[in-house]
Design a protein around this ligand. Structure first.
Ligand code: GLN
Length: 275
């Protein structure tokens, strides 16, 4: 197949309700990096006007953060056939990146600082509780080492080095993992709850994280992993991505490691070592 024949549909969960702190950047990064490889890309909003069929039609899913009020509106809408379609997609390996409020909704429940518990989709075995409006939010730069074993291995194969992610977190809720694997271990910052050293979760091909929308621009190899996985799941064959010039992103990552005094032996950079 030529690149022009490859089609990729990005499903964007509730763009007007769930896109705090630059989470739109994740959609743009996947879109551009796929277009630079000459794939045919579409962005499909998945919101109150969408049906379960729309959810079934996407190849990669992006879900951003949301404030508590918005999370409630989303969960009232994401029920029945739409909730089933989401469960099925993720269980069947459709890749996605879910940030902050989104993983809270993919878990069993989220308890806001004020008000009623919001039931989640129960896709990820985790719960999130906001300890109350007087508790300090978890805000700041974040560096993690990806420890989810299959993802770590695949990212290392793509880049030739150990995968560290640079990010920024801003959340009140604290997440506790059940049996689901953590995305990584916190090297700098607070992560899921500031206590157990875990950050995010990884299930099938769904990446859940507290790191906001600069996640993919700051760590472009993760965007490439999402694209490559989406194409593999869709076309049932392995497609090698053409390397891109990620020099600026690499410099930005290095500047951040230096600023945070994080020393990582070998830092994953760009998609340059594809086999
Ligand atoms: N409302 C959630 C919290 O504060 C999520 C916030 C967000 O997505 N930025 O934990």
């Amino acid at each position: 197949m030529t690149s022009e024949q490859l089609e990729l549909t990005i499903g964007w969960l509730y763009p007007t309700l769930m896109s705090t702190y630059g989470d739109r950047g994740n959609v743009i990064t996947i879109e551009r990096r796929a277009q630079w490889r000459r794939y045919n890309v579409k962005v499909l909003p998945l919101d109150q006007n969408s049906t379960a069929e729309d959810i079934k039609a996407v190849d990669v899913i992006v879900g951003g953060g949301a404030q508590d009020r918005q999370q409630e509106i989303v969960m009232r809408d994401l029920q029945g056939a739409k909730a089933d379609a989401m469960r099925e997609k993720i269980a069947n390996g459709t890749p996605g990146v879910f940030t902050c409020g989104s993983p809270q909704l993919l878990g069993h429940y989220y308890e806001p600082g004020l008000g009623q518990r919001i039931e989640g989709l129960g896709i990820l075995d985790l719960v999130s509780i906001h300890p109350g409006e007087n508790t300090k939010r978890c805000i700041g730069n974040l560096v993690i080492e990806v420890t989810a074993s299959r993802l770590a291995k695949e990212l290392e194969e793509m880049t030739g080095s150990k995968p560290y992610l640079v990010g920024f977190e801003n959340h009140g809720g604290r997440t506790k993992l059940g049996k689901v694997e953590a995305l990584g271990r916190v090297v700098y910052g607070l992560g899921n709850n500031g206590e157990d050293g875990t950050e995010g979760a990884f299930y099938q091909n769904a990446i859940a994280t507290y790191s906001h929308g600069p996640l993919l621009p700051k760590n472009p190899f993760v965007a490439d992993w999402l694209i490559q996985t989406a194409l593999r799941v869709k076309y049932q064959q392995s497609i090698t991505l053409k390397p891109l010039d990620d020099d600026l992103a690499i410099q930005a990552r290095e500047a951040m490691f230096k600023r945070l005094k994080v020393s990582v032996a070998t830092v994953a950079t760009s998609t340059t070592k594809q086999k």
